[in-house]
Design a protein around this ligand. Structure first.
Ligand code: KG4
Ligand code: ZN
Length: 374
């Protein structure tokens, strides 16, 4: 529950990590079932913690997409039922806009100065590695946020690469948090990885979509795309050529015996070579994310940078962005780590400008698994 887009009254997160852990990734059918199981108690708990009632709520916000259709539908059906029964307006939010507003929510709380536009937002999570130019139109109470995508992953998202590498090395699920903690114990220069440098234009786009003569136009400016499936394959190749298989199997069996492994357990079960591999993987990921994002910021004359999404919880990513953006004279904002990963407060925060604009949904809208942000 969020008041006026900035005050978090409660933010209840029902984690499904334990459900998906044995599979090393999200299983869609299990995700919908868990949503169904959790939604009523979670909403009740959110009201109770906020000291609110169903009647005291002004509006109900729900994620429309992108995401897994089954899980989205659980939320949408429940939100519609609440909206209908309570006669409260219903607001649909794009999940990615939620990640952007996780930053804004806390900025509104802490800020002593207004934001300078244009804002560049990197949303980096298990499903996305996307760069958006964000603009805000406040004139005549418009309260309108708009976004232009200027880069995205061509294959795996950054969080997906973390999860797949962790799975490969038997480090559990999700991979990001554990790699984050293990990386400082290894040598980040031990293994050299190359990340594909994507040429600016998407090969699938028709050539005439970008007439070369009109350089001043927005859509002829370069894109800054990412690609992380190669590094996952490179880690696999390293594991094979350095015969790490037996030690990975040993770690998997040892971890299976520990109910809640701690970082010390992982450290005990990882040899130097594995820690070096993890550190080198993370250094390569962080350096690619930061370099491409800051290049985009220069190209688009950005005044403020946001970094959000699950991977934005990463310590090394934060520290590197902070120092490199500072050198470029660019203010960078992150959500606190708990608002970086998926949560409901960011969806309520993103709904607030829509609430002010009375941008409400009819009862017949549906989930959009591939919803784009603009
Ligand atoms: O935003 P999020 O909670 O869910 C999606 O919308 O995908 O992001 C989850 C992703 C997972 O891939 C997870 O491994 C990654 O964020 N992640 C991290 C860290 N914490 C979560 N990656 C790197 N470092 C972290 N500390
Ligand atoms: Zn997310």
């Amino acid at each position: 529950m969020v008041r006026a887009g900035e005050q978090v009254l409660s933010n209840v997160v029902a984690s499904q990590i334990a459900t998906h852990q044995p599979y090393g990734g999200v299983v869609p059918e299990l995700a919908s079932r868990e949503h169904l199981r959790a939604i009523v108690p979670v909403v009740r708990q959110a009201l109770a913690e906020a000291g609110q009632t169903y009647d005291s709520v002004d509006a109900i916000a729900v994620t429309q997409g992108p995401g897994l259709a089954g899980a989205l539908l659980v939320g949408i059906s429940f939100a519609k039922a609440l909206s209908f029964a309570l006669n409260k307006p219903l607001i649909a939010v794009n999940h990615l806009e939620g990640h952007v507003h996780a930053v804004l929510l806390e900025h509104r709380q802490n800020a002593d100065a207004d934001l300078e536009f244009p804002v560049l937002a990197l949303v980096v999570s298990g499903g996305h590695t996307h760069l958006y130019l964000a603009e805000f139109e406040k004139k005549r109470e418009a309260n309108l946020w708009s976004y232009i995508n200027i880069g995205h992953t061509r294959d795996d998202a950054a969080g997906e690469a973390y999860d797949k590498v962790a799975k490969l090395l038997a480090l559990g699920y999700p991979g990001g948090p554990i790699i984050d903690r293990l990386a400082p114990h290894g040598d980040p220069h031990a293994v050299k990885f190359q990340i594909a440098q994507i040429k600016h234009r998407d090969r699938n786009e028709p050539l005439n979509a970008h007439p070369p003569a009109q350089h001043a136009q927005e859509d002829v400016r370069p894109h800054f795309d990412f690609s992380y499936s190669g590094i996952k394959t490179a880690v696999l190749r390293y594991v094979e050529t350095h015969q790490l298989g037996p030690s990975i199997d040993a770690r998997r069996s040892a971890l299976a015996e520990i109910a809640k492994p701690t970082v010390d357990d992982y450290l005990r079960l990882c040899d130097r070579q594995t820690l070096n591999l993890v550190a080198s993987f993370q250094r390569t990921m962080v350096s690619d994310l930061v370099t491409k994002t800051l290049a985009a910021a220069r190209e688009y004359d950005i005044r403020t940078l946001f970094v959000s999404g699950g991977v934005a919880a990463n310590q090394e990513l934060r520290a590197t962005f902070q120092s490199e953006a500072e050198m470029q004279g660019l203010p960078v904002f992150f959500p606190s780590r708990s608002l970086s990963t998926d949560n409901a407060a960011m969806i309520a925060a993103a709904a607030y400008p829509k609430f002010l604009r009375q941008d409400f949904m009819p009862m017949d809208f549906s989930a959009e698994a591939g919803l784009v942000l603009h």
